[in-house]
Design a binder for this molecule. Structure first.
Ligand code: ATP
Length: 236
């Protein structure tokens, strides 16, 4: 089943047009990667899904209904979680307090169940539960950012460059977590500037350049398209 269907999407910010006629299908239970050069519009695509960009035309069908034009809090309630590129963690609060804030609105009993679930996925955060988030390492902070989005139990998780600026061992661990989340039934749409990282874990990949889709298919098909890899990703 296709969980998210983007049809003929044109979007941007006010007069700044960024995406042109974008079509994307995200199958339930899959990892779908969006790759492409700087400024291609990858973040804008996630912003468009999450109600943070202006949609000029087109449809964003999630779980059967068009969510284009809804507000972020409405989209979150429908089951989409977003881990943005910008740091959305409160440094002066503890890991626990950050998790509590991410679950605002949930009754205490449900909150406790969600915390248990999320800490089972991220046992390292359990050890750090009372630490101020500002004292965590870059990798631990990235894990916390993902944990915060999981507090609302999303069906679809949008991840924006979650491996950027991490040491190689942490890149590996974060990507392993992403694969683990898919095994738990969460559908993943991941944006990556480092294409090879996304290609290793994705079931399907879209190459975005200058706001348009230039390739859609399986990672192994893209790896055979030497001219696309060279032109858009600088891979020889
Ligand atoms: P990067 O990998 O560098 O983050 P990207 O592929 O994610 O690039 P976007 O961040 O979506 O690309 O940017 C696409 C275009 O939209 C750029 O020209 C950028 O300047 C513009 N843009 C991004 N955010 C905004 C905004 N909030 N308001 C206006 N223009 C924006």
């Amino acid at each position: 089943m296709v969980l998210l269907q983007i049809r003929n999407l044109y979007s941007g910010y006010g007069k700044i047009r960024v995406l042109f006629n974008v079509n994307i299908d995200v199958s339930e239970g899959s990892i779908t990667a969006i790759i492409g050069p700087n400024g291609a519009g990858k973040t804008t695509l996630l912003n468009s899904i999450y109600g943070l960009a202006d949609i000029y035309s087109g449809e964003i069908i999630f779980n059967g209904s068009n969510i284009a034009g809804l507000k972020p809090h409405q989209i979150s309630l429908l089951g989409i979680g977003y881990v943005p590129q910008v740091n959305n963690i409160f440094s002066s609060l503890s890991v626990y307090e950050n998790l509590r804030l991410a679950a605002v609105g949930l009754p205490k009993s449900q909150f406790l169940k969600r915390v248990d679930d999320v800490l089972e996925t991220f046992p390292k955060l359990k050890e750090l539960i009372n630490r101020k988030a500002g004292t965590l390492s870059g990798g631990e902070r990235r894990m916390l950012a993902i944990a915060l989005a999981l507090m609302k139990n999303p069906k679809l998780l949008l991840l924006d460059e979650v491996t950027t600026d991490l040491a190689p061992i942490m890149v590996k661990r974060v990507l392993e977590k992403v694969v683990e989340l898919r095994k738990k039934g969460i559908t993943i749409l991941i944006v990556e500037q480092y294409a090879h990282r996304a290609l290793e874990i994705a079931d399907r990949v879209y190459l975005l350049a200058s706001g348009e889709i230039r390739f859609a298919g399986e990672p192994k098909e893209l790896l055979q398209k030497k001219e696309l890899l060279e032109l858009y990703l600088g891979i020889q």
